[in-house]
Design a protein. Structure first.
Length: 277
């Protein structure tokens, strides 16, 4: 009787974890496609009368203005990492570094493990004026962030589902096998699988939270004076230039936003000078 109760409890915990991961998977089911030989992007929902191929064609012909217009129109139908990436490339070629960075960042939110997006983002960042040195983080925090962003929500969901199935199998061998070696193997594998299911859910939830509650923004104006108060009469603290990434600390005002930089500096900038990633 105790074995049945323990198995039922384990099954309930596994189902709860699987439900969270599965919901994330369903949310991204229509987002994952493969493009090229090694790069994964989000699928594109194309509005009638306009296709991604037209944007790609315009880009290949160096008609970046047309490519930008087409990609922007496609994005009105829904977010897609591939379109953000191509749009970022178009803006970069057109010389608009700030908007190139903005769209690379948006693409990276959808596909954080994509090496091509990250590489192009770093190239664009190298073109910016401001060079902010971030406050050093504890190695464990940096390592955890890197691990979370190594895969997308969809990938963490798949890992969670596989580990969930492995957990069920392990529980079966632990509770119902008559051989000690299988019981031990089931117990050890089950513990590891349970930890992985929990971590996959936590990592997927963290990425989902970043997608739904976006607090980072990019400076789009050539330069902006950061002030001590949300007013033009406020004391000038420092100047930021286009392409600089900032974190919005106070989003309660319509005309002004309090920002926070990686080096710890804070201040207020006009809302019109930034755009949320």
């Amino acid at each position: 009787m105790k074995k049945i109760l323990f198995f039922a409890l384990g099954l309930f915990m596994a189902m709860t974890s699987w439900g969270q991961v599965a919901s994330d998977t369903l949310r991204n089911t229509n987002d994952s496609v493969s493009i090229g030989s090694h790069t994964e992007f989000s699928a594109v929902k194309q509005p009638e009368g306009m296709t991604k191929a037209e944007g790609d064609s315009a880009y290949m012909k160096n008609d970046y203005t047309s490519a930008i217009q087409i990609y922007e129109t496609l994005l009105k139908e829904g977010e897609a990492a591939e379109i953000y990436y191509n749009l970022g490339n178009s803006y970069y070629k057109a010389g608009d570094i700030a908007r190139a960075i903005l769209n690379y960042e948006r693409a990276l939110l959808l596909q954080p493990g994509n090496a091509d997006i990250r590489a192009n983002l770093e190239i664009a960042r190298a073109k910016t004026v401001d060079k902010v040195i971030p406050i050093p983080e504890i190695f464990f925090v940096s390592w955890t962030k890197s691990l979370i962003n190594s895969l997308s929500i969809d990938a963490w969901a798949k890992i969670g589902i596989v580990c969930f199935l492995l957990l069920l199998t392990s529980l079966y061998f632990f509770f119902f096998s008559k051989q000690i070696v299988w019981k031990k193997a089931g117990f050890i594998t089950g513990c590891v699988s349970l930890v992985l299911v929990i971590l996959a859910n936590v990592f997927a939830f963290q990425q989902k939270n970043e997608l739904l509650n976006r607090k980072n923004a990019i400076i789009l104006t050539p330069s902006v004076t950061v002030r001590s108060t949300p007013s033009e009469s406020g004391t000038s603290l420092f100047i930021l230039h286009e392409g600089r990434k900032v974190k919005i600390e106070d989003n309660s005002m319509r005309e002004w936003k309090e920002i926070h930089l990686e080096d710890g500096k804070v201040g207020w900038v006009p809302a019109s000078s930034i755009e949320i990633i």
